[in-house]
Design a protein around this ligand. Structure first.
Ligand code: TMP
Length: 215
């Protein structure tokens, strides 16, 4: 993996696990330590990526095939890495990304059943072998997460609900996929419980990130 000046941290987890809030809070924490930081997300993170995000998450796009879906995620990531993530890391900034390649393995691999070998190839092609220094996996009971996510949807962006409409069994496979990834990459992926208050989870996140701060 190429070395960069900044550190690359990703957040992963099932729907409603609080990644977006925790990514933002970690960004604020690092900024308070005067570490230059970029908080971004996938799909999205660039103008092109945000347009792709709309297509991917629009509940009206129920007819999207798994193959179309994975290629759109890959397209968003290809743009994001080259336009935003690598330039930021090269200039010494830390990058915190709300989802990354592990999500493709968990959702399109374990969730949709696409071939894991093919996904690994695609990820390699797209990601320029850029791997996170640390991945924080927020683990939560799937039913609880969906309840939280649907509540948020009612008050917010209803058009981003395509995955929230999937059944519990789909999300259970995604959760198991993430757990399998953690077993495979225990050095990189650290699981923490997403139960409890935002502040409690934030403390768990900071505890894990402090190890990186010392390295
Ligand atoms: P989020 O903003 O709630 O994380 O929405 C992104 C959705 O896209 C979420 O349901 C997970 C899904 N996703 C994939 O299926 N594959 C991917 O590679 C990524 C990055 C996200």
């Amino acid at each position: 993996m190429p070395r960069h000046k900044g550190k690359f941290i990703t957040f992963e987890g099932v729907e409603g696990s609080g990644k977006t809030t925790q990514a933002r809070l970690l960004g604020e924490y690092l900024s308070s330590l005067r570490i230059p930081v970029v908080v971004t997300r996938e799909p999205g993170g660039t103008d092109i990526g945000e347009q792709i995000r709309q297509i991917l998450l629009d509940s009206d796009n129920r007819g999207m095939t798994p193959e179309t879906e994975i290629l759109l995620y890959a397209a968003s990531r290809a743009q994001h890495i080259r336009e935003r993530i690598i330039p930021a890391l090269d200039s010494g900034r830390w990058v915190i990304c709300d989802r990354y390649s592990d999500a493709t393995i968990a959702y399109q691999g374990y969730g949709r059943g696409l071939d894991l070998g093919l996904i690994a190839e695609l990820n390699r092609l797209v990601s320029l072998e850029l791997e996170p220094d640390l991945t924080i996996l927020l683990d939560l009971d799937v039913q609880e997460g969906l309840k939280r996510a649907r509540k948020r949807g009612e008050g917010g962006n209803l058009r981003e609900g395509r995955f929230e409409e999937e059944g519990v069994a789909f999300h259970q496979r995604v959760r198991e996929g993430y757990q399998e990834l953690e077993r495979r990459y225990p050095e990189r992926i650290k699981t923490i419980s997403a139960e409890g208050s935002i502040e409690e989870v934030n403390r768990r996140v900071i505890e894990i990130v402090s190890v990186l701060l010392k390295s």
